[in-house]
Design a protein around this ligand. Structure first.
Ligand SMILES: *Cc1c(COP(=O)(O)O)cnc(C)c1O
Length: 437
């Protein structure tokens, strides 16, 4: 950028409420991230070619973008989109549907479709995502897998957060039918798993029991690396379209990709036995599913850069960040520990103030159903609850951490982080003098 553009952009930021000190601090931090950003761009380039290649090989045509209604028989676009997902994720088949309400629904359908009474589900790498507790019946719930006679076993990670191979060997038995592995840490403190790490675990599981179905919860992980877990042995891959693979454009939906038989089992549960993948009108969302998938590699890269920038800014100011700025990333989630409630609130209010929608709204902590403390959420999203869009949330309890993710474009993610820092300065939680050195 030339001097004049620099001055102009500083003025633009200033009109939006960013002080000179905050802006300059951001620029200084960014200077140290060039190499990391270059690597993110390389992954995006690889994945862009992967997705584009899948679309060309599957011969996506204009007619694939048209909607279907009613039963949705012979929906060309839906069938082609599922072929594209299968090609990009290296699987035999895929189910990619607006009928899948969210990530939890996709996971529940994959589980219920492939487990039968008397089978056992194994989580070999610790507790699954919170919302799955009721699906599985870890917390008793109406209609859970437990009520259908499907039992559950869990092997926790070792204290150093590695897989407890010995305990896993002991846990697999004649009833173990499916192993579920979650790539992203979700709201836990463990690191997220890399694709190669997941591959090692799957290899180990298959050695003990070759016909064990290995399923990976891929939420937030798509396109953060050049490989997906189905390229290292996963039989089923599950995720949400209002996270990475929807590219910010999908207004709803989820996917289940994997071995043909297992995807069919899931389809028989999503619709009905017999009908399976043959029904399910797409009502005009197919074009945004294709286009969002096409954009997903670069949108995911924008979110990764935002997460790295956040960790670099806040780590340099002395706050604990997970992952740290120098750690490998396997998902788009960044957590920052503020240690006090006011920090969580100021951060989230900054993210909200940077949003394209509802920026004038000031979020406050409130008692949300399903949480054991008040929670504050910042989301000025085009798609409700979309967390590939710039968003943050924080439970108001120890250790007072925020979870930050998304950003459809890197400049927007950058502005969001600057705004969060601005709010921390205004709340007296970061001293502006510390930004000047
Ligand atoms: C978001 C998420 C889910 C659940 O998705 P919802 O769309 O919120 O139902 C499951 N697992 C992980 C790891 C997630 O990040």
């Amino acid at each position: 950028m030339g001097m004049t553009e620099k001055k102009n952009i500083k003025e633009l930021y200033s009109t939006r409420g960013i002080s000179e000190a905050v802006y300059q601090y951001g620029e200084k931090i960014l200077g140290g991230l060039e190499e990391r950003f270059r690597k993110v761009d390389e992954v995006a380039e690889f994945n862009q070619m992967k997705v584009l290649g899948a679309m060309q090989d599957c011969r996506v045509s204009e007619a694939c973008l048209f909607p279907s209604t009613g039963y949705g028989y012979n929906d060309l676009g839906r069938e082609k989109l599922e072929e594209v997902y299968a090609a990009a994720f290296h699987t035999e088949d895929a189910l990619v549907r607006p009928l899948i309400a969210c990530g939890t629904h996709a996971l529940a359908v994959a589980l219920a479709g492939n487990l039968r009474p008397g089978d056992e589900l194994l989580c070999p790498a610790g507790k699954p995502y919170d919302t799955l507790e009721e699906v599985i019946g870890i917390r008793p719930s109406n209609g859970s897998l437990a009520e259908y006679g499907i039992t559950y076993r869990q092997v926790d990670l070792l204290p150093d957060e590695s897989f407890d191979y010995e305990a896993i060997r002991g846990a697999v038995n004649e009833r173990t039918k499916l192993a579920a592995i979650q790539r992203s840490k979700g709201y836990q403190t463990r690191p997220s798993f890399g694709v190669d790490e997941i591959g090692e675990l799957i290899r180990f599981l298959k050695e003990i029991k070759p016909d064990l179905i290995c399923m990976v919860d891929n939420c937030y992980g798509e396109f953060t690396e050049t490989k997906e877990p189905t390229e290292v042995g996963a039989d089923l891959l599950v995720g949400s379209l209002i996270k990475n693979p929807g590219g910010g454009l999908a207004p709803i939906g989820g996917y289940i990709a994997g071995k043909k038989q297992y995807v069919e089992n899931a389809a028989f549960r999503l619709t009905t036995p017999g009908l399976g993948k043959e029904v399910g009108a797409t009502l005009g969302v197919t074009q945004s599913f294709f286009q969002g998938f096409f954009l997903s590699p670069t949108v995911t890269a924008a979110a990764l850069k935002g997460a790295m920038f956040a960790s670099a800014v806040y780590e340099s100011l002395g706050f604990q960040c997970v992952p740290g700025v120098d750690e490998e990333r396997h998902d788009i989630i960044q957590s920052v520990v503020f240690g006090k409630k006011e920090g969580v609130i100021a951060f989230c209010q900054g993210i909200q103030a940077a949003a394209p929608v509802d920026a004038h709204v000031v979020p406050e902590p409130w008692a949300m159903p399903g949480y054991d403390s008040d929670v504050i959420m910042a989301a000025g999203a085009f798609v409700q609850g979309s967390s590939i869009e710039l968003s943050a949330d924080g439970p108001i309890k120890e250790p007072y951490a925020v979870y930050f993710q998304g950003g459809l474009t890197w400049p927007h993610a950058k502005f969001g982080i600057l705004m969060s820092l601005q709010k921390l300065v205004e709340a007296g939680l970061v001293d502006e003098k510390d930004l000047l050195i």
